[in-house]
Design a protein around this ligand. Sequence first.
Ligand code: ATP
Length: 588
Amino acid sequence: MEFKEVAQTFERLERTSERLELISILASLFSKADSSNVHMIVYLLQGRVSAPYTGIEIGLGEKLVEEAISRAFGVERGEVEKLYKELGDLGLVAEKLASNKKQMTLFSEPLTLERVYNNFYRIATASGQGVVDKKVRLLADLLKDASPLEARYIVRIPIGRLRLGIGDATILEALAVAKLGDRVYREDLERAYNYVSDLGYVARVLFEKGLEGIREVKPVLGIPIRPALAQRASSLEEIMQRMGGECAAEAKYDGFRLQIHRDGDKVWIFSRRMENMTGLFPDITEAVLRQVKAEKVIFEGEAIAYNEETGEFYPFQVTIQRKRKYGVEKAAEEYPLKLFAFDVMYVEGEDVMDKPYKERRKILEEIIEKGETIELSERIIARGVKELRDFFESCVERGLEGIMAKSLKSPYIAGARKWAWIKYKRVMKSQLSDTIDVVIVGYYKGRGQRAKLGIGGVLAAVYDPKTDTFKTVAKVGSGFTEEQFVELKRLLDEIAIPHKHPRVVSKLEADVWVEPKYVITVLADEITRSPNHTAGWDGERGLALRFPRAVSFVREDKGPEDATTEEELIEMYRQQKHVKVEEGEDSY
Ligand code: ATP
Protein backbone atom coordinates (compact mmCIF):
# COMPACT_ATOMS: atom_id res chain seq x y z
CA MET A 1 0.00 0.00 0.00
CA GLU A 2 1.23 3.50 -0.75
CA PHE A 3 1.96 5.58 2.31
CA LYS A 4 0.14 8.41 0.56
CA GLU A 5 -3.16 6.67 1.43
CA VAL A 6 -2.21 6.65 5.09
CA ALA A 7 -1.06 10.28 5.12
CA GLN A 8 -4.25 11.42 3.40
CA THR A 9 -6.30 9.48 5.95
CA PHE A 10 -4.37 11.10 8.80
CA GLU A 11 -5.17 14.49 7.35
CA ARG A 12 -8.87 13.69 7.09
CA LEU A 13 -8.88 12.34 10.63
CA GLU A 14 -7.22 15.51 11.82
CA ARG A 15 -9.95 17.60 10.24
CA THR A 16 -13.02 15.81 11.46
CA SER A 17 -14.81 16.56 14.69
CA GLU A 18 -17.49 13.89 14.19
CA ARG A 19 -17.01 10.48 15.73
CA LEU A 20 -19.02 8.57 13.13
CA GLU A 21 -17.02 10.17 10.39
CA LEU A 22 -13.88 9.16 12.24
CA ILE A 23 -14.99 5.53 12.13
CA SER A 24 -15.89 5.66 8.46
CA ILE A 25 -12.63 7.33 7.44
CA LEU A 26 -10.68 4.70 9.34
CA ALA A 27 -12.78 1.83 8.02
CA SER A 28 -12.20 2.95 4.49
CA LEU A 29 -8.43 2.85 5.04
CA PHE A 30 -8.62 -0.59 6.67
CA SER A 31 -10.64 -1.95 3.79
CA LYS A 32 -7.67 -1.28 1.51
CA ALA A 33 -5.30 -3.23 3.76
CA ASP A 34 -4.56 -6.96 3.86
CA SER A 35 -3.32 -9.38 6.49
CA SER A 36 0.31 -8.53 5.75
CA ASN A 37 0.02 -4.84 6.54
CA VAL A 38 -3.11 -4.14 8.58
CA HIS A 39 -1.15 -4.28 11.84
CA MET A 40 1.19 -1.60 10.49
CA ILE A 41 -1.71 0.81 10.05
CA VAL A 42 -3.12 -0.07 13.46
CA TYR A 43 0.16 0.69 15.19
CA LEU A 44 1.06 3.80 13.19
CA LEU A 45 -2.36 5.30 13.92
CA GLN A 46 -1.31 5.37 17.55
CA GLY A 47 2.20 6.56 16.75
CA ARG A 48 3.71 3.14 17.48
CA VAL A 49 5.26 0.16 15.71
CA SER A 50 4.27 -2.49 18.19
CA ALA A 51 1.87 -3.13 21.07
CA PRO A 52 2.67 -1.24 24.27
CA TYR A 53 3.50 -4.43 26.19
CA THR A 54 6.55 -5.06 23.99
CA GLY A 55 8.15 -1.86 25.20
CA ILE A 56 9.27 -1.12 21.63
CA GLU A 57 8.93 2.66 21.28
CA ILE A 58 9.98 4.88 18.38
CA GLY A 59 10.69 7.85 20.67
CA LEU A 60 13.16 10.19 18.96
CA GLY A 61 14.11 13.48 20.58
CA GLU A 62 13.26 16.70 18.73
CA LYS A 63 16.92 17.50 18.20
CA LEU A 64 17.49 14.28 16.27
CA VAL A 65 14.41 14.86 14.19
CA GLU A 66 15.65 18.37 13.38
CA GLU A 67 18.94 16.81 12.31
CA ALA A 68 17.13 14.32 10.05
CA ILE A 69 15.10 17.14 8.49
CA SER A 70 18.23 19.16 7.90
CA ARG A 71 19.97 16.23 6.20
CA ALA A 72 16.99 15.14 4.14
CA PHE A 73 16.32 18.57 2.67
CA GLY A 74 19.90 19.84 2.62
CA VAL A 75 19.25 22.88 4.79
CA GLU A 76 21.23 24.17 7.76
CA ARG A 77 20.15 23.18 11.26
CA GLY A 78 19.76 26.87 12.06
CA GLU A 79 17.24 27.21 9.28
CA VAL A 80 15.22 24.24 10.61
CA GLU A 81 15.23 25.74 14.11
CA LYS A 82 14.13 29.10 12.78
CA LEU A 83 11.22 27.56 10.89
CA TYR A 84 10.29 25.55 13.96
CA LYS A 85 10.05 28.76 15.98
CA GLU A 86 7.88 30.28 13.30
CA LEU A 87 5.53 27.33 12.71
CA GLY A 88 5.56 25.71 16.17
CA ASP A 89 5.38 22.21 14.73
CA LEU A 90 8.23 20.19 13.26
CA GLY A 91 5.72 18.31 11.10
CA LEU A 92 4.80 21.57 9.37
CA VAL A 93 8.49 22.45 9.02
CA ALA A 94 9.14 19.20 7.17
CA GLU A 95 6.01 19.71 5.06
CA LYS A 96 7.20 23.16 4.03
CA LEU A 97 10.72 22.08 3.19
CA ALA A 98 9.40 19.10 1.24
CA SER A 99 7.16 21.34 -0.82
CA ASN A 100 10.08 23.68 -1.62
CA LYS A 101 12.11 20.70 -2.66
CA LYS A 102 9.40 19.08 -4.74
CA GLN A 103 9.51 21.96 -7.11
CA MET A 104 13.10 21.09 -7.91
CA THR A 105 13.11 17.30 -8.13
CA LEU A 106 10.79 15.65 -10.52
CA PHE A 107 11.33 12.02 -9.74
CA SER A 108 11.37 10.22 -6.49
CA GLU A 109 10.30 6.79 -5.49
CA PRO A 110 6.81 6.76 -3.91
CA LEU A 111 6.85 5.71 -0.29
CA THR A 112 5.07 2.55 0.69
CA LEU A 113 3.43 1.87 4.03
CA GLU A 114 5.76 -1.10 4.44
CA ARG A 115 8.87 0.99 3.96
CA VAL A 116 7.75 3.65 6.41
CA TYR A 117 6.76 1.08 9.02
CA ASN A 118 9.94 -0.92 8.61
CA ASN A 119 12.15 2.14 8.94
CA PHE A 120 10.32 3.17 12.10
CA TYR A 121 10.62 -0.35 13.42
CA ARG A 122 14.36 -0.27 12.80
CA ILE A 123 14.58 3.13 14.49
CA ALA A 124 12.76 1.74 17.52
CA THR A 125 14.94 -1.33 17.82
CA ALA A 126 18.34 0.05 16.71
CA SER A 127 21.16 -0.45 19.16
CA GLY A 128 24.92 -0.65 19.38
CA GLN A 129 27.61 1.63 18.07
CA GLY A 130 26.55 4.62 16.03
CA VAL A 131 22.94 4.09 16.98
CA VAL A 132 22.05 7.78 16.99
CA ASP A 133 23.40 8.31 13.53
CA LYS A 134 21.65 5.20 12.31
CA LYS A 135 18.29 6.45 13.57
CA VAL A 136 18.76 9.87 11.98
CA ARG A 137 19.71 8.23 8.70
CA LEU A 138 16.64 5.98 8.69
CA LEU A 139 14.35 8.94 9.25
CA ALA A 140 16.10 11.16 6.71
CA ASP A 141 15.84 8.33 4.20
CA LEU A 142 12.05 8.44 4.46
CA LEU A 143 11.87 12.21 4.35
CA LYS A 144 13.91 12.39 1.16
CA ASP A 145 11.23 10.52 -0.74
CA ALA A 146 8.24 11.98 1.06
CA SER A 147 5.61 14.26 -0.42
CA PRO A 148 4.90 17.37 1.69
CA LEU A 149 1.87 15.77 3.37
CA GLU A 150 3.73 12.53 4.02
CA ALA A 151 6.63 14.48 5.51
CA ARG A 152 4.26 16.15 7.98
CA TYR A 153 3.25 12.81 9.49
CA ILE A 154 6.59 11.06 9.15
CA VAL A 155 7.97 13.74 11.44
CA ARG A 156 5.09 13.78 13.89
CA ILE A 157 5.13 10.03 14.50
CA PRO A 158 8.57 9.68 16.14
CA ILE A 159 8.15 12.72 18.37
CA GLY A 160 4.75 11.52 19.59
CA ARG A 161 2.83 14.49 18.14
CA LEU A 162 0.36 12.74 15.91
CA ARG A 163 -2.42 14.18 18.06
CA LEU A 164 -5.05 11.98 16.45
CA GLY A 165 -6.26 10.65 19.79
CA ILE A 166 -7.57 7.44 18.26
CA GLY A 167 -8.45 5.02 21.05
CA ASP A 168 -8.44 1.24 20.98
CA ALA A 169 -12.23 0.92 20.87
CA THR A 170 -12.45 3.24 17.85
CA ILE A 171 -9.90 1.14 15.99
CA LEU A 172 -11.78 -2.07 16.85
CA GLU A 173 -15.03 -0.57 15.65
CA ALA A 174 -13.49 0.58 12.38
CA LEU A 175 -11.93 -2.85 11.85
CA ALA A 176 -15.34 -4.45 12.42
CA VAL A 177 -16.94 -2.14 9.86
CA ALA A 178 -14.17 -2.66 7.31
CA LYS A 179 -13.90 -6.41 7.51
CA LEU A 180 -17.23 -7.69 8.83
CA GLY A 181 -19.48 -4.95 7.51
CA ASP A 182 -21.07 -4.03 10.83
CA ARG A 183 -19.98 -2.25 13.98
CA VAL A 184 -21.85 -4.76 16.13
CA TYR A 185 -18.89 -7.10 15.69
CA ARG A 186 -16.82 -4.72 17.77
CA GLU A 187 -17.94 -6.84 20.72
CA ASP A 188 -16.27 -9.96 19.33
CA LEU A 189 -13.13 -8.05 18.57
CA GLU A 190 -13.17 -6.59 22.05
CA ARG A 191 -13.42 -10.00 23.63
CA ALA A 192 -10.36 -11.14 21.68
CA TYR A 193 -8.55 -7.91 22.53
CA ASN A 194 -9.29 -8.43 26.24
CA TYR A 195 -7.49 -11.77 26.01
CA VAL A 196 -4.48 -10.48 24.08
CA SER A 197 -3.96 -6.78 24.56
CA ASP A 198 -2.39 -6.31 21.16
CA LEU A 199 -4.47 -4.49 18.56
CA GLY A 200 -2.11 -5.48 15.76
CA TYR A 201 -2.46 -9.16 16.68
CA VAL A 202 -6.26 -8.91 16.74
CA ALA A 203 -6.30 -7.08 13.39
CA ARG A 204 -4.10 -9.74 11.82
CA VAL A 205 -6.23 -12.61 13.13
CA LEU A 206 -9.32 -10.84 11.78
CA PHE A 207 -7.80 -10.36 8.34
CA GLU A 208 -6.36 -13.89 8.19
CA LYS A 209 -9.09 -15.96 9.77
CA GLY A 210 -12.19 -13.80 9.92
CA LEU A 211 -14.78 -13.86 12.68
CA GLU A 212 -14.19 -17.57 13.36
CA GLY A 213 -10.56 -16.92 14.15
CA ILE A 214 -11.45 -13.97 16.35
CA ARG A 215 -13.85 -16.09 18.38
CA GLU A 216 -11.12 -18.64 18.99
CA VAL A 217 -8.54 -16.21 20.38
CA LYS A 218 -7.16 -17.42 23.72
CA PRO A 219 -4.61 -15.99 26.13
CA VAL A 220 -1.01 -16.16 24.93
CA LEU A 221 1.99 -16.42 27.25
CA GLY A 222 3.99 -13.21 27.01
CA ILE A 223 1.05 -11.06 25.89
CA PRO A 224 -0.81 -9.41 28.78
CA ILE A 225 -4.50 -10.01 29.37
CA ARG A 226 -6.51 -6.85 30.00
CA PRO A 227 -7.22 -6.76 33.71
CA ALA A 228 -10.62 -7.33 35.34
CA LEU A 229 -11.79 -4.19 37.15
CA ALA A 230 -13.96 -3.57 40.17
CA GLN A 231 -17.15 -1.60 40.75
CA ARG A 232 -17.61 0.37 43.94
CA ALA A 233 -20.48 0.26 46.41
CA SER A 234 -21.71 2.69 49.03
CA SER A 235 -22.23 0.19 51.82
CA LEU A 236 -21.42 -3.31 52.90
CA GLU A 237 -25.14 -4.03 52.86
CA GLU A 238 -25.27 -3.14 49.20
CA ILE A 239 -22.33 -5.44 48.48
CA MET A 240 -23.99 -8.36 50.22
CA GLN A 241 -27.22 -7.73 48.42
CA ARG A 242 -25.54 -7.64 45.04
CA MET A 243 -23.58 -10.79 45.87
CA GLY A 244 -26.69 -12.67 46.89
CA GLY A 245 -25.88 -13.11 50.58
CA GLU A 246 -22.49 -14.77 50.18
CA CYS A 247 -19.17 -13.75 48.67
CA ALA A 248 -15.44 -13.89 49.03
CA ALA A 249 -13.77 -10.87 50.59
CA GLU A 250 -10.09 -10.18 50.17
CA ALA A 251 -7.82 -7.62 51.75
CA LYS A 252 -7.34 -4.68 49.39
CA TYR A 253 -3.67 -3.79 49.25
CA ASP A 254 -2.73 -0.32 48.09
CA GLY A 255 0.20 -1.36 45.97
CA PHE A 256 1.03 -2.04 42.37
CA ARG A 257 -1.00 -4.49 40.34
CA LEU A 258 1.14 -7.02 38.51
CA GLN A 259 0.22 -9.64 35.95
CA ILE A 260 2.79 -12.38 35.86
CA HIS A 261 3.41 -14.81 33.03
CA ARG A 262 5.74 -17.75 33.25
CA ASP A 263 6.81 -20.13 30.53
CA GLY A 264 9.43 -22.46 31.98
CA ASP A 265 12.42 -20.29 32.90
CA LYS A 266 11.02 -17.22 31.25
CA VAL A 267 9.06 -14.73 33.33
CA TRP A 268 7.24 -11.59 32.22
CA ILE A 269 5.78 -9.01 34.57
CA PHE A 270 3.18 -6.54 33.32
CA SER A 271 1.69 -3.47 34.98
CA ARG A 272 -2.01 -2.58 35.30
CA ARG A 273 -1.52 -0.73 31.99
CA MET A 274 0.06 -3.78 30.49
CA GLU A 275 3.55 -2.37 30.19
CA ASN A 276 6.41 -4.81 30.47
CA MET A 277 8.04 -4.17 33.84
CA THR A 278 10.01 -7.37 34.17
CA GLY A 279 13.30 -5.50 34.49
CA LEU A 280 12.07 -3.59 37.52
CA PHE A 281 11.22 -6.65 39.57
CA PRO A 282 14.16 -9.07 39.73
CA ASP A 283 13.08 -10.03 43.26
CA ILE A 284 9.63 -11.05 42.10
CA THR A 285 10.93 -12.82 39.00
CA GLU A 286 13.16 -14.93 41.17
CA ALA A 287 10.36 -15.67 43.61
CA VAL A 288 8.10 -16.78 40.75
CA LEU A 289 10.67 -19.34 39.66
CA ARG A 290 11.05 -20.50 43.25
CA GLN A 291 7.54 -20.41 44.58
CA VAL A 292 5.19 -21.12 41.69
CA LYS A 293 4.58 -24.77 41.00
CA ALA A 294 3.40 -24.42 37.42
CA GLU A 295 5.58 -24.19 34.35
CA LYS A 296 3.13 -22.34 32.16
CA VAL A 297 0.99 -19.91 34.07
CA ILE A 298 -0.61 -16.46 34.08
CA PHE A 299 -1.60 -15.06 37.45
CA GLU A 300 -2.17 -11.72 39.12
CA GLY A 301 -1.32 -10.07 42.38
CA GLU A 302 -0.72 -6.78 44.15
CA ALA A 303 2.90 -5.95 44.96
CA ILE A 304 3.56 -3.77 47.92
CA ALA A 305 6.69 -2.59 49.68
CA TYR A 306 6.93 -3.38 53.34
CA ASN A 307 9.17 -2.73 56.29
CA GLU A 308 10.66 -5.99 57.43
CA GLU A 309 11.22 -4.73 60.93
CA THR A 310 7.78 -3.39 61.73
CA GLY A 311 5.84 -5.52 59.28
CA GLU A 312 4.15 -2.32 58.08
CA PHE A 313 3.12 -1.79 54.47
CA TYR A 314 4.20 1.29 52.59
CA PRO A 315 1.68 3.23 50.52
CA PHE A 316 1.54 3.02 46.74
CA GLN A 317 3.73 6.11 46.23
CA VAL A 318 6.60 4.62 48.21
CA THR A 319 6.25 1.37 46.32
CA ILE A 320 6.76 3.02 42.97
CA GLN A 321 9.32 5.54 44.13
CA ARG A 322 11.56 2.77 45.31
CA LYS A 323 12.47 2.11 41.70
CA ARG A 324 13.11 5.66 40.66
CA LYS A 325 15.09 6.75 43.68
CA TYR A 326 17.17 3.82 44.63
CA GLY A 327 17.70 1.86 41.47
CA VAL A 328 16.32 -1.59 41.10
CA GLU A 329 18.83 -3.68 43.04
CA LYS A 330 19.20 -1.40 46.02
CA ALA A 331 15.48 -0.86 46.28
CA ALA A 332 14.90 -4.60 46.37
CA GLU A 333 17.17 -4.76 49.40
CA GLU A 334 15.87 -1.76 51.30
CA TYR A 335 12.22 -1.99 50.47
CA PRO A 336 11.51 -5.63 49.87
CA LEU A 337 8.30 -6.35 48.04
CA LYS A 338 5.61 -8.77 48.86
CA LEU A 339 3.30 -9.99 46.15
CA PHE A 340 -0.21 -10.93 47.23
CA ALA A 341 -1.49 -13.26 44.54
CA PHE A 342 -5.22 -12.93 44.01
CA ASP A 343 -6.18 -14.57 40.72
CA VAL A 344 -5.08 -17.00 38.04
CA MET A 345 -6.06 -17.01 34.39
CA TYR A 346 -4.03 -19.72 32.71
CA VAL A 347 -2.34 -22.90 33.94
CA GLU A 348 -0.32 -25.47 32.04
CA GLY A 349 -1.79 -24.65 28.65
CA GLU A 350 -5.35 -24.29 29.90
CA ASP A 351 -7.34 -21.06 29.88
CA VAL A 352 -9.09 -21.02 33.27
CA MET A 353 -10.70 -17.61 32.97
CA ASP A 354 -14.16 -19.09 32.49
CA LYS A 355 -13.97 -21.14 35.66
CA PRO A 356 -15.74 -19.64 38.68
CA TYR A 357 -13.70 -17.65 41.17
CA LYS A 358 -13.96 -20.43 43.74
CA GLU A 359 -12.19 -22.88 41.45
CA ARG A 360 -9.61 -20.39 40.28
CA ARG A 361 -8.76 -19.58 43.87
CA LYS A 362 -8.31 -23.28 44.57
CA ILE A 363 -5.90 -23.58 41.65
CA LEU A 364 -4.03 -20.54 42.91
CA GLU A 365 -3.72 -22.07 46.37
CA GLU A 366 -2.34 -25.24 44.81
CA ILE A 367 0.30 -23.60 42.67
CA ILE A 368 1.70 -21.01 45.08
CA GLU A 369 4.14 -22.55 47.49
CA LYS A 370 4.69 -20.90 50.85
CA GLY A 371 7.59 -18.48 50.83
CA GLU A 372 8.80 -15.01 51.70
CA THR A 373 7.91 -12.97 48.65
CA ILE A 374 4.71 -14.38 47.21
CA GLU A 375 1.73 -14.98 49.43
CA LEU A 376 -1.91 -15.49 48.75
CA SER A 377 -4.11 -12.48 49.34
CA GLU A 378 -5.83 -12.70 52.68
CA ARG A 379 -9.43 -13.67 52.24
CA ILE A 380 -12.53 -15.02 53.89
CA ILE A 381 -15.82 -16.35 52.66
CA ALA A 382 -18.41 -13.98 54.11
CA ARG A 383 -21.93 -15.12 54.75
CA GLY A 384 -23.86 -12.05 55.72
CA VAL A 385 -23.04 -8.42 56.36
CA LYS A 386 -21.66 -8.92 59.84
CA GLU A 387 -18.87 -11.20 58.67
CA LEU A 388 -18.09 -8.77 55.90
CA ARG A 389 -17.99 -5.83 58.33
CA ASP A 390 -15.74 -7.63 60.81
CA PHE A 391 -13.30 -8.44 58.05
CA PHE A 392 -13.39 -4.90 56.66
CA GLU A 393 -12.72 -3.42 60.08
CA SER A 394 -9.85 -5.75 60.75
CA CYS A 395 -8.29 -4.80 57.40
CA VAL A 396 -8.64 -1.08 58.03
CA GLU A 397 -7.22 -1.43 61.54
CA ARG A 398 -4.11 -2.95 60.08
CA GLY A 399 -3.65 0.01 57.76
CA LEU A 400 -5.00 -1.65 54.61
CA GLU A 401 -7.05 0.30 52.11
CA GLY A 402 -10.24 -1.71 52.45
CA ILE A 403 -11.62 -4.87 50.94
CA MET A 404 -12.40 -6.41 47.59
CA ALA A 405 -15.56 -8.44 47.54
CA LYS A 406 -15.66 -11.10 44.84
CA SER A 407 -18.51 -13.16 43.54
CA LEU A 408 -17.81 -16.84 44.14
CA LYS A 409 -19.37 -17.91 40.87
CA SER A 410 -18.01 -15.35 38.44
CA PRO A 411 -15.48 -16.01 35.72
CA TYR A 412 -12.47 -13.72 35.29
CA ILE A 413 -13.97 -10.92 33.21
CA ALA A 414 -11.03 -9.45 31.35
CA GLY A 415 -10.92 -5.76 30.48
CA ALA A 416 -14.26 -4.90 32.05
CA ARG A 417 -15.56 -3.28 35.20
CA LYS A 418 -18.27 -5.59 36.45
CA TRP A 419 -20.08 -6.33 39.70
CA ALA A 420 -18.17 -9.60 40.02
CA TRP A 421 -15.63 -7.55 41.97
CA ILE A 422 -16.67 -4.73 44.27
CA LYS A 423 -14.21 -2.50 46.07
CA TYR A 424 -14.98 -0.91 49.38
CA LYS A 425 -12.50 1.51 50.86
CA ARG A 426 -12.01 3.53 54.00
CA VAL A 427 -14.13 6.65 53.64
CA MET A 428 -12.26 9.83 52.93
CA LYS A 429 -12.84 13.18 54.53
CA SER A 430 -14.71 14.77 51.67
CA GLN A 431 -18.32 13.81 51.08
CA LEU A 432 -17.54 11.74 48.04
CA SER A 433 -16.15 8.43 49.06
CA ASP A 434 -13.57 8.32 46.31
CA THR A 435 -11.48 10.42 44.00
CA ILE A 436 -12.30 10.68 40.31
CA ASP A 437 -9.84 10.29 37.47
CA VAL A 438 -10.65 12.71 34.68
CA VAL A 439 -9.24 13.27 31.21
CA ILE A 440 -8.20 16.77 30.18
CA VAL A 441 -9.93 17.69 26.91
CA GLY A 442 -9.15 21.40 26.78
CA TYR A 443 -8.01 24.36 28.82
CA TYR A 444 -8.93 27.94 29.69
CA LYS A 445 -6.49 30.77 29.39
CA GLY A 446 -7.18 32.21 32.81
CA ARG A 447 -8.01 35.65 34.08
CA GLY A 448 -6.51 38.01 36.65
CA GLN A 449 -3.46 36.50 38.32
CA ARG A 450 -3.56 33.46 36.10
CA ALA A 451 -3.59 35.43 32.85
CA LYS A 452 0.17 35.74 32.97
CA LEU A 453 0.48 31.95 33.13
CA GLY A 454 -1.72 31.56 30.06
CA ILE A 455 -3.75 28.85 31.78
CA GLY A 456 -6.33 29.11 34.52
CA GLY A 457 -8.07 25.76 34.48
CA VAL A 458 -8.79 22.66 32.46
CA LEU A 459 -11.96 21.19 31.03
CA ALA A 460 -12.17 17.65 32.30
CA ALA A 461 -14.18 14.62 31.21
CA VAL A 462 -15.02 11.07 32.18
CA TYR A 463 -14.86 8.16 29.74
CA ASP A 464 -17.81 6.38 28.16
CA PRO A 465 -16.58 3.01 26.87
CA LYS A 466 -19.86 2.24 25.09
CA THR A 467 -19.42 5.09 22.64
CA ASP A 468 -15.67 5.45 23.19
CA THR A 469 -16.12 9.15 23.95
CA PHE A 470 -15.18 11.60 26.67
CA LYS A 471 -17.99 13.55 28.33
CA THR A 472 -17.28 16.66 30.35
CA VAL A 473 -17.88 16.80 34.07
CA ALA A 474 -15.92 19.76 35.46
CA LYS A 475 -13.69 22.73 34.98
CA VAL A 476 -10.77 22.18 37.28
CA GLY A 477 -8.86 25.29 38.29
CA SER A 478 -7.56 24.57 41.76
CA GLY A 479 -5.16 22.16 43.30
CA PHE A 480 -2.27 22.99 40.96
CA THR A 481 0.73 25.04 42.03
CA GLU A 482 1.95 27.80 39.75
CA GLU A 483 4.83 25.62 38.54
CA GLN A 484 2.45 22.79 37.82
CA PHE A 485 0.24 25.12 35.78
CA VAL A 486 3.23 26.20 33.71
CA GLU A 487 4.26 22.59 33.12
CA LEU A 488 0.67 21.60 32.37
CA LYS A 489 0.36 24.34 29.75
CA ARG A 490 3.56 23.18 28.11
CA LEU A 491 2.29 19.59 27.96
CA LEU A 492 -1.13 20.61 26.69
CA ASP A 493 0.21 22.94 24.01
CA GLU A 494 2.06 19.98 22.56
CA ILE A 495 -1.25 18.20 21.97
CA ALA A 496 -3.40 21.22 21.13
CA ILE A 497 -5.81 20.79 18.21
CA PRO A 498 -7.77 23.44 16.31
CA HIS A 499 -11.24 22.15 17.21
CA LYS A 500 -12.95 19.90 19.71
CA HIS A 501 -11.71 16.35 19.36
CA PRO A 502 -14.27 14.05 17.66
CA ARG A 503 -14.30 11.77 20.69
CA VAL A 504 -15.20 14.63 23.05
CA VAL A 505 -18.84 15.43 23.85
CA SER A 506 -19.09 18.93 25.27
CA LYS A 507 -21.50 21.80 25.55
CA LEU A 508 -18.81 24.13 26.79
CA GLU A 509 -16.17 25.66 24.57
CA ALA A 510 -12.59 25.46 25.76
CA ASP A 511 -10.18 28.27 24.90
CA VAL A 512 -7.77 25.64 23.65
CA TRP A 513 -8.88 22.12 22.74
CA VAL A 514 -6.47 19.26 23.19
CA GLU A 515 -6.24 15.61 22.24
CA PRO A 516 -7.74 13.59 25.11
CA LYS A 517 -4.56 12.15 26.54
CA TYR A 518 -3.76 13.19 30.09
CA VAL A 519 -5.47 11.99 33.23
CA ILE A 520 -5.54 13.83 36.55
CA THR A 521 -7.12 12.76 39.81
CA VAL A 522 -9.59 15.15 41.39
CA LEU A 523 -11.48 15.34 44.60
CA ALA A 524 -14.84 17.09 44.83
CA ASP A 525 -17.33 17.93 47.52
CA GLU A 526 -20.18 16.33 45.69
CA ILE A 527 -21.68 15.49 42.34
CA THR A 528 -24.50 17.79 41.27
CA ARG A 529 -26.84 18.08 38.29
CA SER A 530 -25.82 20.64 35.70
CA PRO A 531 -27.05 21.71 32.26
CA ASN A 532 -23.47 22.56 31.25
CA HIS A 533 -21.86 19.17 31.42
CA THR A 534 -22.54 16.15 29.23
CA ALA A 535 -21.54 13.28 31.52
CA GLY A 536 -24.62 11.34 32.67
CA TRP A 537 -26.87 13.41 30.38
CA ASP A 538 -30.56 12.60 30.93
CA GLY A 539 -31.96 14.75 28.15
CA GLU A 540 -31.92 17.94 30.21
CA ARG A 541 -29.02 17.89 32.54
CA GLY A 542 -25.76 16.11 33.09
CA LEU A 543 -23.59 15.60 36.13
CA ALA A 544 -20.93 18.00 37.40
CA LEU A 545 -18.36 18.01 40.16
CA ARG A 546 -18.83 20.64 42.83
CA PHE A 547 -15.62 22.32 43.99
CA PRO A 548 -13.30 20.03 42.11
CA ARG A 549 -9.63 20.23 42.95
CA ALA A 550 -6.72 18.34 41.48
CA VAL A 551 -5.03 16.01 43.91
CA SER A 552 -2.50 14.73 41.43
CA PHE A 553 -0.53 16.09 38.52
CA VAL A 554 -0.74 14.23 35.19
CA ARG A 555 -0.95 10.51 36.03
CA GLU A 556 1.75 8.56 34.29
CA ASP A 557 0.10 5.29 35.17
CA LYS A 558 -3.26 6.00 33.53
CA GLY A 559 -4.26 6.45 29.92
CA PRO A 560 -7.46 8.25 28.89
CA GLU A 561 -9.44 5.03 28.71
CA ASP A 562 -8.45 4.25 32.30
CA ALA A 563 -10.26 7.32 33.60
CA THR A 564 -13.40 7.05 35.70
CA THR A 565 -16.24 5.97 33.44
CA GLU A 566 -19.56 7.71 32.97
CA GLU A 567 -21.28 4.69 34.47
CA GLU A 568 -19.12 4.86 37.57
CA LEU A 569 -19.85 8.55 37.92
CA ILE A 570 -23.59 7.90 37.75
CA GLU A 571 -23.15 5.15 40.29
CA MET A 572 -21.22 7.49 42.60
CA TYR A 573 -23.97 10.06 42.22
CA ARG A 574 -26.56 7.46 43.16
CA GLN A 575 -24.56 6.31 46.14
CA GLN A 576 -24.04 9.85 47.32
CA LYS A 577 -27.78 10.46 47.13
CA HIS A 578 -28.32 7.28 49.03
CA VAL A 579 -26.07 8.57 51.80
CA LYS A 580 -27.58 12.03 51.81
CA VAL A 581 -31.17 10.79 51.51
CA GLU A 582 -32.04 13.54 49.12
CA GLU A 583 -35.62 14.33 48.34
CA GLY A 584 -37.27 14.79 45.01
CA GLU A 585 -37.66 12.86 41.80
CA ASP A 586 -34.69 11.95 39.74
CA SER A 587 -34.21 9.93 36.64
CA TYR A 588 -31.34 7.91 38.09
P1 ATP B 1 -9.17 0.34 38.96
O1 ATP B 1 -7.96 -0.53 39.00
O2 ATP B 1 -10.43 -0.34 39.40
O3 ATP B 1 -9.31 1.13 37.69
P2 ATP B 1 -7.81 2.17 40.64
O4 ATP B 1 -6.58 1.95 39.84
O5 ATP B 1 -8.19 3.56 40.96
O6 ATP B 1 -9.06 1.47 40.01
P3 ATP B 1 -8.70 1.10 43.07
O7 ATP B 1 -9.99 1.75 42.80
O8 ATP B 1 -8.03 1.50 44.32
O9 ATP B 1 -7.66 1.30 41.93
O10 ATP B 1 -8.98 -0.47 43.14
C1 ATP B 1 -8.71 -1.48 42.21
C2 ATP B 1 -7.31 -2.05 42.38
O11 ATP B 1 -7.11 -2.65 43.66
C3 ATP B 1 -6.98 -3.21 41.48
O12 ATP B 1 -6.71 -2.80 40.17
C4 ATP B 1 -5.77 -3.83 42.15
O13 ATP B 1 -4.60 -3.16 41.73
C5 ATP B 1 -5.96 -3.48 43.62
N1 ATP B 1 -6.11 -4.62 44.53
C6 ATP B 1 -5.61 -4.66 45.78
N2 ATP B 1 -5.91 -5.79 46.40
C7 ATP B 1 -6.64 -6.53 45.53
C8 ATP B 1 -7.26 -7.82 45.62
N3 ATP B 1 -7.18 -8.58 46.70
N4 ATP B 1 -7.93 -8.24 44.52
C9 ATP B 1 -8.02 -7.50 43.41
N5 ATP B 1 -7.45 -6.27 43.28
C10 ATP B 1 -6.77 -5.79 44.34
